[in-house]
Design a protein around this ligand. Sequence first.
Ligand SMILES: Cc1cc2nc3c(=O)[nH]c(=O)nc-3n(C[C@H](O)[C@H](O)[C@H](O)COP(=O)(O)OP(=O)(O)OC[C@H]3O[C@@H](n4cnc5c(N)ncnc54)[C@H](O)[C@@H]3O)c2cc1C
Length: 480
Amino acid sequence: MKVEAPMGMGLGVTPDRVEHVAGFGMLGGADAFVFRPTRAEEIAALFNLARDTGRKVCLRGAGRSYGDANYLPESILIDLCRMNRILGWDPETGIFEGEGGVTIEEVWRHTLEDGWWLPVVSGTMFPTLGGALAMNIHGKNNFREGTLGEHVLELDLLSPDGKLRTLTPTDPLFFAAISGAGLLGAIVRVKLQLKKVECGELQVLPVSCANWEEQFAAFEQYESEADYLVSWIDAFGHGKSAGRGLIHAAWYTKAESARMTLRPSHQDLPDTVMGIFPKSAVWRKLRWFNRRFGMRLINAAKSFAGRKVGDGKPYSDTLVGFSFLLDYVPNWRWAYLPDGFIQYQSFVPKEHARYVFGRQLQMQREARLESFLVVMKRHRPDPFLLSHGVDGYSLAMDFKVTQANRERLWDLCHRMNDLVLESKGRFYLAKDSTLRPSDVERYLGAEALASLRSFKSELDPDGVLSSALAERLGLGGKAR
Ligand SMILES: Cc1cc2nc3c(=O)[nH]c(=O)nc-3n(C[C@H](O)[C@H](O)[C@H](O)COP(=O)(O)OP(=O)(O)OC[C@H]3O[C@@H](n4cnc5c(N)ncnc54)[C@H](O)[C@@H]3O)c2cc1C
């Protein structure tokens, strides 16, 4: 179906549209002409405006991708946050329908009381469905439920050619639009199958691991039974303690007062620590520790506490508390100012993960650039075009960026990339800041890239849709 762009909307690339936008890691960013449409017709008009003015278009959801996927200097930036209408909800079947700008938070707040939860969520609830599907997010249950894209029944994609296509899993384009990093069109409507839950709480088992061997043994032990698995790893552990940390396995449960636990008011976490200290002030305190010495202390203390206090003692946590803990520490990322931070996440097949992750942490120690936060997850492959999925594990690592360390950090990441590529591993565009075009060619392969280009020349023949990430990696369209 062709979407008619309304005439005379008064759209123009005028100075009052200019805003500075950046990725979640707050590195760089760009000035762009920002528009926040409320209807698909306006998006079609903006595609026309881009053609008329010789500019590119960049799509943006909630801006929760860490790097440069959600902005492009001097572009027409379409922020989809106002396209957030809920279009349908069936509490009998758990089928949810909403516009592309509906957030994960808006979905669970609408559906949980009826006993339905998103089958896949990221570590934050703020992403929009469109942004989450453009990157095809995974959760702490990736080994069991796959990616969010695997639970989509139908979506509408509006491309720069002005056509609105309804896609289902029978259509090859479905597998490119999901994972396509916003380069083929705007996802304006999504129909999702949610997961039935009887209770709003999970039973969580913390298991302290002294080293890499115990980490991998614990994942293997729990992956056949747990619903969620995630591990925190201390990057400062070395020698016999290399890979030490704390794994959390979690299970859906039934509770006696289950109905009450499904209410949003039960899910919301307190905004104070221990009832006294406001969480909104935590980032200021974190700033004191946000350097090598401070983080070595915090990581060691966390390892010690994991071993001595929590180890093996199950406890209950809400779905929201377990899934989105960081969301309840407002503005924690500001502790990384003034220069911001990157997240580096590589995905490695299971037979090589122990070696690659061990080497990555060793290389960081040698460079005195240890990650301040390291998280390991178990994954499975998926059928999407620009997939990051492997039958293996991922290690996500946050690195503070400073003027002084930037060059050395990028060099370290490039050397870590090489290691991952030699092991037939993969990367994730939502988390990337350091990949080179040759890295992407190697992990995605010539066939996937040819397929992306072929879809792009059909849906976006003028190469209108792009992003700073796409320009950096050579995934955009024609030069304009
Ligand atoms: C604290 C934190 C924890 C995270 N944890 C995880 C995790 O556990 N697992 C995981 O997979 N990810 C995780 N992420 C990453 C995050 O889920 C993804 O980056 C997600 O894509 C962000 O969605 P967004 O709406 O903010 O999109 P943006 O970041 O604004 O955009 C992402 C991409 O989608 C495109 N896009 C945006 N909207 C649309 C649309 N409607 N149609 C088509 N393309 C569009 C943009 O052009 C861009 O390329 C985390 C991020 C943070 C900040």
